[in-house]
Each structure stands twice: as structure tokens, then as C-alpha cells.
Design a protein around this ligand. Sequence first.
Ligand SMILES: *Cc1c(COP(=O)(O)O)cnc(C)c1O
Length: 402
Amino acid sequence: MSEGLTATKQQTTGDWRKRYRSGLLGVFGSPQLCLDHGQGCVVVDSDGKEYLDLLGGIAVNALGYAHPAWVEAVSHQAQTLAHVSNLFTTGPQLDLAEKLLALANAPEGSAVFLSNSGTEANEAAIKICLARKSGRIIALDHAFHGRTLGALSLTHKIAYRQPFGPSAVDVTFITPEDPEILAGELEKGDVSGVFVEPIQGEAGVVPLTDEYLQQVRELTAGHDALMVVDEVQCGMGRTGRWFAHQSAHITPDVMTLAKALGGGFPMGPTMTFGSDVSGILAAGQHGTTFGGNPLACAAALAVISTIESENLLTHVGQIGTLMSSALRQSHPRITEVRGSGALLGVQLDSDIASELVVAARGAGFIVNAANPSTLRLAPPYILTEAEAQSFIVALPGLIDTV
Ligand SMILES: *Cc1c(COP(=O)(O)O)cnc(C)c1O
């Protein structure tokens, strides 16, 4: 931690808990902290206490806090051109679309739609499926695809959906990793699309096997349904690959992105692979006001170019391997570590994840409970080995206190 950072003047937030309760809608419950500033992987709260952030704004802050390249790109673009509407295009927008297509090895005729969040990226994907073929959409048990009504229909947790009436989309949830079940649904002939997260983040960091991803690819292609990969959480380098599905050597029909891409600036692309899929939505059938504005595109381009120039894909792969093997052996109550790179789920032998989050926070670490028995780590890609080690060393003692 640099002296400059600790010396930064904290904002006066007064009694922030009380102000939050009286000013903000209660959908997030009570915030854990009031954060003030950050640098690298360290964030500081309004009392001046420092935390090593192993959650990175829930898989968003790929470059940590205040990365100079990101700050420079966003500042420069803000001084140049921030928003123009989609009646116009801009250099950063064209650059970002071309860059994403190149990173995804997208075939000729592929295209990008730029919106502002993961749920919006999935809304576009749903509309693409339904505009092509009306019918059901298949999603997986424990899937999380977002909170707007279309994406919410594909989100498995009943508590998230129930208060809002019948689903906007006709969705069937199926057990993952069983090709027979998927084939059985597809054979009914009315499935327009199948949505999968190559790693189910909200479910507790549960990866799909490459074999299953390949089976989904083959079965959807054989039954006139689109394969949509939701890489909102696991994409953009988080696993040490640009996109998690690339481990299965498949090309999906649609891919959705968000979280890490903007490095903290809202950005949520929907990518269509090949000219057939790219041609489904005609002019006027979808849109957004903010989506793809040059400020957001400049932020995303800075994230991508920094991942490249700092060789962060390799680093993420190495730090993930180091952390998962060290954590797995660090305490008998840790039964498994799932995921890869900078997306790890630490499986505990009982429902102590929430207590552990509180204990970790007290010790200066920000982590999260993806479910009652799983700790989720989604740190910035720039996490150093020394920072990773500090958590590896601290965790066993924390587990003993809960
Ligand atoms: C976070 C997430 C979403 C929703 O993204 P928002 O930006 O919160 O709308 C969708 N899908 C997956 C896999 C996610 O992890």
C-alpha cells in the first residue's frame, strides 16, 4: 500500500448506514462498508481501513482500482466525446467491435451489439432466439442470467422470479451435464435457444465440462436451436482465456459479456457468430440509448489492451492454479476448490460461508458467499502472488474462528 493512498483525504459520509437506509431502496440489504478509494487490489473504507479486495466489484474490476491506463483512457475520452447516441458511430465503438470479434475468433459475418449490463446483453440474446424461431428457451438448473424480466425468466432461483408473476419467456430448466435430457427437450422441436454459463458463477462457481459444452453445441445445431453462452462473469480473460468456452474449442451462436470488460464502466455486449445469426434482428428491432457510447468503449478498449500489454491472461492462469491448489490443502473444512484463473469457488464442509465473509472482512479481506457453503473469489487480474499468499495464509485461522 502506497503512502499516497492512505494519505488520500476521505470523504465525509457522516452516518452512512442511516443515510443509506433513508435514501436507497432496500433491494441490496445493508451495505457492508462505505468505500472511499482504492489503488491496485486494495480498497479503503470511509474509516480509513484497508482491504485486499478478492471480489473485485463482483468480477468487474479486472484491472483493480484506479489503474493508470484505464484512468487515462476514460479521462481522455471524457474530455473528447462521451456520448453521441446510436444515430452515430465513433472510433472507439468501431475499434471495440473489431477487437471483440478478433478475440473471439469470430467467423466472417459475425457482429456485436453493445449495451450496458449483463442482463441487457442477455435480453438481446433472448430476442435473437425468439425472433428467429418462436418457442421455448432451455436454461440450466442454478443458472443466473440477470434481473430484468426476460433474463430473469432464465434465472433459476425461484425466490428471484416468483414475486413477478408468470415468466416473460417460456423457459424449461434442465439438469446440466446430461446430454440425454437436453436431447429429449430438443427433439420436441420447439426450442429456440439453449443458454449456458461455461462456469456458473452465482451458483457457486460450477464449471460445465468441455464435453458438455461440445454436446450442447452439436445438439443445438442438429435441432435448429441457437447456443447462447453467457460469459458475463467468466469471460474477458477471467479464466486465463479470453472466453471460458474456448477451452471446449467450440463456436457458439451468441455470446454475452459484461462485468470485467468495462473494468468498472458499464458495458454489456451481445455477439452473434456468423452472418445468419447476425442477420436475425433487423433495423429497429432492438436498441439502447447509452449502449456503445465512446466513453464505455474507451474503458473496455483500455481493459483489453492492458490485459494484452501486461500479459495478464498468463498471470491469471498462474495465480488461479497457485490459489486453488494452496487453498484446497489449507484447511480440512475446505472440501474442494472449483473454477479457474480469477474465478474460484472455495467449497466448505458446511454453511459457514456468510460467517467467514464477516471474519475475512474483519481481517482485511473482501470475499463473498456465492451460496451458504461456497466462498467466491473473483479478484482483479493484477492480483500479485504476495497478495494471494496473504489470503492463503490467513484463511485457515479465519475458518477456525467461525
Ligand atoms: C452478473 C451476471 C449477469 C447479470 O449481469 P448484470 O450486469 O448484473 O445485469 C448475467 N449473467 C451472469 C452469468 C452473471 O454473472
